[in-house]
Design a protein around this ligand. Structure first.
Ligand code: ADP
Length: 203
């Protein structure tokens, strides 16, 4: 990919437990969209490899993986997906979940991503913590295993990730109440994506 051609992208944005992953997976099943989650990519790395181990050190403590490493892994993943024909950068819109997670990452990605919209999923912290605790039991996630790590993840979100919202122009940010039912949240996101997709396809 050359930099004259930036990936058309929708950012899924929200605190841990706000439902980005759940919604992202569904949106990625719609023709013309490709879901990519840095958290999922990190969890799929081989723990025996040096990279996998380094990433695990950060993830398991609830800390952000260093910016350069995060972006390298993500770019490699995406190029791999393009090579095996799972992702078509010319025609598909990326639903990006978990990236950028701080302002520095947003800056580094400026010439890689063409951000069309930022979908900000908002719910109160108690509700999100409750979801994370449930998910920890179901999915065996190290980063949600203890209240201490969960609380670190919320601190990181407030201090490092939230400022990313101000990085993008206000008119691109759409706020959606993530405490609603999953179907309603999905329906509101789709409501935002329909005109965008039609414009993209020249309808
Ligand atoms: P959640 O959606 O619950 O916040 P994710 O699956 O998105 O969880 O992320 C899990 C963990 O992976 C994060 O807590 C962080 O350690 C790491 N991570 C994910 N994305 C990034 C990123 N863009 N930069 C640095 N670390 C990341």
């Amino acid at each position: 990919m050359t930099h004259q051609h930036r990936y058309k992208t929708i950012l899924l944005f929200g605190a841990p437990g706000s439902g980005k992953g759940t919604q992202g997976k569904i949106l990625g099943a719609i023709p013309g969209f490709f879901h990519s989650s840095t958290g999922d990519i990190f969890r799929s790395l081989d723990l025996q490899s040096p990279t996998g181990r380094t990433v695990w050190e950060f993830v398991s403590k609830g800390k952000l993986v260093p910016d350069g490493l995060t972006i390298n892994i993500w770019k490699q993943y995406l190029q791999g997906m393009e090579l095996i024909n799972q992702f078509h950068s010319e025609t598909e819109i990326i639903v990006l979940d978990g990236l950028p997670r701080n302002v520095e990452q947003a800056k580094i990605l400026e010439d890689t991503l063409d951000v069309l919209k930022v979908i900000h999923l908002v719910a109160d912290q108690a509700k999100m913590v409750e979801r994370l605790r449930r998910r920890a039991l179901k999915e065996n996630r190290v980063d949600d295993a203890t209240d201490q790590v969960i609380s670190r993840r919320f601190d990181v979100y407030q201090k490092e990730t939230k400022p990313v919202l101000e990085y993008y122009p206000e008119e691109k940010v759409v706020t959606i109440d993530a405490a609603q039912s999953q179907m309603r949240v999905l329906s509101e996101i789709i409501g935002v994506l329909v005109p965008l997709k039609e414009m993209h396809d020249g309808h």
